[in-house]
Design a protein around this ligand. Structure first.
Ligand SMILES: [Zn+2]
Ligand SMILES: [Zn+2]
Length: 831
């Protein structure tokens, strides 16, 4: 027993705060909280002068901080941890690996609904007595507070019909009339359904008969009772009553008045209650339906199992249409049956489509979905559902990697080559595929990477034996591979057969398809109408005022837009430079292709799918649905059309501008071009009796990469590329870190970048440090950019030590007083 005079132990908590500070912050645990607080729980603390923020407990101990006086924790939000120890371990790893703060990781990890907002409110000061001192408006506020106990700032604004009330509030505080305080609100609200049921007294047959007879005099009330009994036959089975009936069933019925129902509730016949329901009930469900694997799939599944005995990671390389999904489903089932959790990662866009509905049909209620287009509430529901064991299986986008799993048996990363797994801004600049591998390792689970066109990195690891490799080289069922045709646009131009951007070959296919009611996909990886405007007289080009890029012409919106900073301006009627009216659109984007088809084939039903047409919440699904149902003849789109969609009736895929994709000035261009063009080609029809056709327009049909693409020769592409990478020291032989220096003044930016590059070179050597050089777009949002690229060999160098060296040098630059307001961004494993 603790003696009254004995001093009790004081506890301190190291907290992760959602602010960009490099370390944890120590707060003092109030005595009454000491027995309740746990690592992983959320608390509310004051940070700085006024801010109240949510933090997560990372550690509990008894050592007071040395350099500052610890403030008290204000409130404990969770009795049970909301962040698991596995997560804390992962957050630490991510912060350390990607050179950012753990607070930044937590900020990305926690859905906004789990963070707290605080709202300032005012209440009456109980000691206030000098009412005579108040002005009329102040009187009004005080009277209102007396009515409602407290008021928010917004309520005061509404009351006084003023948008700026700070002066009045200040005056009221000064006169000691009111007290300000912060009210903390949880943003997450569970979805509630109101229900009614009979009270216990009326659940016997006897009581019910008597009640029904009594209600003869009030037929409206009687009708409600009968309606209730028609849904819930309590007569036969009193146990049914406790589940009750949705109240909305009565409110939707026009013949029933709310007043009658309320009277019955008042009389004690019915009682009202509320239940929490899931927000995911509208997606069709099934339960563990059986699927049958083909021989190829069976074999792949068997191999994966075998490889998992000795490898942590297996790469499933299955060509488009080979039926990887069935293999995944089989595997997921087995892991779930063994009692472990499964995470299935998909690229953002693929998540809204067919595959999710398919998985839901198989896995039903145990499957949660985590998507950035979902509301905060929905995301919190998934988070909590995992914690309390409701969701054993989650399908999600890259940030799903941060969900509170405690027993992951398997992570599947589908389309693992996709660049959307990498977060560019803000920090943490993580790659979810790579984090998945680490996370599986922490959980002692396994990772399965899947792709028709694996990233060079993953294939390299598979070749070197670090990962297991399983190949599926046949299309599912009797599906055939598409046939390719390369169209020489140079030749067609010489022979004057081209109609604007359309070759005669492509046009004849389009016409055939329109006549025969078959569908076509046209791929142009550039949105807008045309990438720039040019004056024919003086060669003036439309450029962004804030960035060094041309402004894209958007015809429908009648605007010039910058795709880097969002700047918009009106289309000039004459050249702003020389006044000539001969201002022409140059080059072409999806919008122009769509328009030209409309002109050439006015009867064709054309739809465009790019960032501009899919901004609205359901726009993307709507287009896909229309296309599936045959309401669209020609779908024109950017690479969005290549993601995870299977259409039966597409007999032609036309690809514009393959050359620009292949010759993009970037070391990964060939790999990307192979991936992009193969994926989009994979959308061509799969019917065995009628294989689809892919038409590629190019000025140079004999380029080796095109040959690899049309022969589906991934290994050939890999062999060429990997030799290049080795020769020039690029990934996967090295790890790349990009350091970007930004400043509004070009000279300052350049100087800082040079100083930094020199410091880095001095220690790392000039072969490892490239630059500084301006990136492709040198100025964005009025900031001048300089990139320094650091290549670190995988084997020879201590990666961790090299990174902390780089970080140190970056801090030198950031704290250099002669380089005011310089910004430096470090991107580890940049793409
Ligand atoms: Zn711009
Ligand atoms: Zn001009």
């Amino acid at each position: 027993m603790t003696s009254f005079f004995e001093e009790e132990t004081t506890f301190f908590a190291d907290l992760i705060l959602p602010v960009p500070i490099p370390s944890l912050f120590t707060y003092r645990v109030p005595r009454e909280m000491a027995s309740l607080i746990k690592v992983g729980a959320r608390v509310i603390v004051q940070f700085g002068q006024k801010r109240v923020i949510t933090a997560v407990v990372a550690q509990l101990h008894t050592n007071p901080p040395v350099k500052y006086q610890a403030k008290y924790i204000l409130e404990l939000l969770d009795e049970q941890p909301i962040v698991t120890t596995h997560q804390l371990e992962l957050f630490n790893w991510v912060a350390e690996y990607y050179l950012c703060n753990i607070g930044e990781v937590m900020n990305v990890a926690l859905p906004a609904g789990l963070k707290i907002t605080s709202q300032s409110r005012i209440q009456l000061n109980p000691e206030f007595e000098y009412e005579d001192l108040l002005t009329d408006q102040e009187h009004l506020v005080i009277e209102e507070i007396k009515k409602h106990q407290t008021l928010s700032y917004e309520e005061v604004e509404r009351l006084l019909q003023k948008s700026n009330i700070t002066a009045i509030i200040k005056s009221l505080v000064g006169k000691r009339a009111v007290i300000l305080y912060e009210e903390v609100k949880e943003r997450y609200k569970p979805k509630v359904v109101k229900k009614i049921r009979l009270t216990a007294a009326y659940t016997t047959n006897e009581a019910l008969s008597k009640l029904a007879a009594d209600l003869d005099k009030t037929p409206k009330q009687q009708e409600i009772l009968l309606k209730y009994l028609s849904f819930i036959p309590v007569y036969n089975n009193p146990d049914l009553n406790h589940k009750g009936l949705d109240k909305s069933i009565f409110s939707q019925d026009n013949t029933i008045s709310d007043a009658s129902l309320n009277t019955l509730i008042k009389k004690g016949v019915f009682e009202q209650f509320e239940i929490f329901v899931s927000r995911f009930d509208d997606i069709p469900m099934g339960n563990m339906g059986n699927i049958t694997l083909t021989e190829t799939q069976e074999e792949a599944s068997r191999q994966i199992h075998e490889l998992f005995r000795e490898k942590e990671v297996v790469l499933l390389h299955g060509i488009t249409g080979s039926g990887k999904t069935e293999v995944y489903i089989e595997l997921i089932k087995q892991v779930l049956e063994s009692g472990s959790q499964v995470l299935f990662l998909l690229p953002e866009i693929a998540l809204t489509t067919q595959i999710v509905i398919r998985l839901r049909k198989v896995f039903g209620e145990v499957m949660g979905i985590y998507h950035s287009k979902f509301s905060d509430n929905e995301r919190v529901e998934v988070w909590k559902g995992i914690l309390d064991g409701k969701f054993q299986f989650v399908v999600g986008v890259r940030s799903a990697i941060f969900l509170p799993f405690d027993n992951l048996g398997l992570i599947i990363v589908d389309e693992e080559h996709e660049t959307s797994y990498k977060q560019h801004d803000p920090a943490p600049r993580y790659n979810a595929r790579d984090v998945a591998v680490i996370m599986s390792y922490m959980h002692k689970g396994k990772t399965l990477l899947g792709s028709a066109t694996p990233s060079l990195e993953s294939y390299f690891h598979a070749q070197s034996g670090r990962y297991g490799l399983v190949e599926m080289k046949q299309r599912f069922g009797n599906a055939a591979l598409p046939r390719f045709e390369l169209i020489d646009t140079k030749k067609e131009k010489r022979q004057k057969q081209m109609k604007n951007e359309f070759s005669s070959v492509l046009l004849s296919h389009l016409e055939y398809n329109l006549k025969n009611k078959e569908q076509t996909i046209l791929f142009q990886n550039r949105r807008g109408y045309s990438p720039y405007l040019q004056c024919e007289e003086c060669n003036w080009i439309s450029e962004c005022a804030n960035c060094d890029v041309s402004l894209t012409y958007h015809m429908k919106a009648r605007e010039l837009r910058c795709h880097y900073c969002g700047h918009k301006e009106e289309v000039p009627r004459t050249c702003p430079h020389c006044g000539s009216p001969k201002v022409k659109t140059m080059g072409y984007g999806t919008e122009k292709i769509e328009e030209e088809i409309n002109v050439m084939y006015p009867e064709a039903r054309v739809q465009r799918m790019d960032l501009d047409t899919t901004r609205a919440k359901n726009a993307y699904q709507q287009i896909i649905q229309d296309f599936e149902e045959g309401g669209i003849d020609i779908l024109v789109g950017t690479q969005m059309v290549s993601k995870g969609l299977d259409f039966d009736n597409v007999s032609v895929v036309g690809i514009f501008d393959a050359d620009r994709i292949i010759h993009f000035p970037e070391f990964r261009a060939s790999e990307r071009a192979f991936q992009m063009l193969t994926q989009v080609s994979g959308r061509a029809g799969r019917r065995a009796d009628k294989p689809g056709k892919v038409l590629i327009q190019t000025a140079n049909p004999s380029q080796p990469l095109l040959e690899k693409i049309i022969n589906n020769d991934y290994e050939g592409m890999y062999a060429d590329e990997i030799a290049e990478r080795e020769k020039f020291n690029y990934p996967p032989f090295t790890r790349l870190i990009k350091v970007t220096v930004k400043h509004v003044d070009e000279g300052t930016s350049n100087r800082a970048a040079k100083v930094l590059a020199e410091k880095l070179t001095a220690h790392l050597g000039s072969s490892r440090v490239l630059g500084p050089q301006p990136p492709l777009v040198e100025r964005v949002r009025n900031q001048f950019l300089f990139d320094i690229l650091i290549k670190l060999e995988r084997e020879k160098i201590n990666f961790k030590a090299a990174k902390s060296f780089i970080q140190e040098k970056v801090i030198d630059i950031l704290t250099d007083k002669t380089l005011k307001s310089i910004q430096v961004i470090i991107d580890v494993d940049c793409l």
